[in-house]
Design a protein around this ligand. Structure first.
Ligand code: GAR
Length: 218
């Protein structure tokens, strides 16, 4: 049975779109059950509506504190019976109240090769630092900002004539590729978290990904 995703956004929603496109193309066996935005003007809400996905706006400012906001998020996601929560450009920190409600089931995409450049404007941080390789990370969300177990990463070169904007655009292409793939990996099971490491079972890992060779002995 197709698993139910809850997607949290704050803005443009291009990663939400990549998830919706992967589902439509049958590269990802899942259903987006609910999209929640903490901003009423998030462009991603229209993308959800266009795909026939229910949307909800919960403006963090209208709650007394983070705890109350997070509790409302949890209630809405549980009412929608989501199996996995995907943060897609959701620019709010989540408290233990939220994370404990979905153990090992909250993912985030971040536009840097974590643990480098956590926090906001990661692409600007990378460009300003002068790194020669940049990229993006899909990770599990823990209480610590951008520090949870890493599921997938992708790299891109930083070119001499890049601006922070052209670099961000190159990274975004990779975000759109690896986020649906990472969701698929998590939904497929056959993995565990060891300390800070996300580890896939060898027998379920494609030889190409695992870096192991398979003998064809028979
Ligand atoms: C993406 O680049 C995402 O990685 C980043 O915000 C952008 C959202 O774009 N998220 C973070 O920086 C989280 N720390 P989108 O709304 O078009 O998906």
């Amino acid at each position: 049975m197709s698993r139910r995703l809850g997607v949290l956004i704050s803005g443009r929603g291009s990663n939400l779109q990549a998830i919706l496109d992967a589902i439509a193309a049958e590269r990802l066996d899942a259903t987006v059950a609910l999209v929640i935005s903490n901003r009423r003007d998030a462009a991603g809400l229209a993308r959800a509506a266009a795909a026939g996905v229910p949307t909800l706006v919960l403006e963090h400012r209208s709650f007394a504190n983070r705890q109350a906001f997070d509790a409302a998020l949890v209630d809405a996601l549980q009412a929608a019976r989501v199996d996995l929560v995907c943060l897609a450009g959701f620019m709010r920190l989540l408290s233990p109240t939220f994370i404990d409600a979905f153990p090992n089931a909250v993912l985030n995409v971040h536009p840097s090769l974590l643990p480098a450049f956590p926090g906001v404007d990661a692409q600007v941080q990378a460009w300003t630092h002068g790194v020669k390789v940049a990229g993006c990370t899909v990770h599990m969300v823990t209480e610590d900002l951008d520090a949870g177990p890493i599921i997938l990463q992708a790299t891109v070169p930083v070119l001499d004539d890049d601006t922070a904007e052209t670099l961000a655009a190159r990274i975004l292409v990779e975000e759109h590729r690896i986020y649906p793939e990472a969701i698929d990996v998590v939904l497929a099971g056959g993995w565990r978290v060891e300390g800070r490491r996300f580890v896939r079972d060898a027998k379920l890992t494609a030889p190409r990904d695992a870096g192991v060779s398979v003998s064809s002995a028979e």
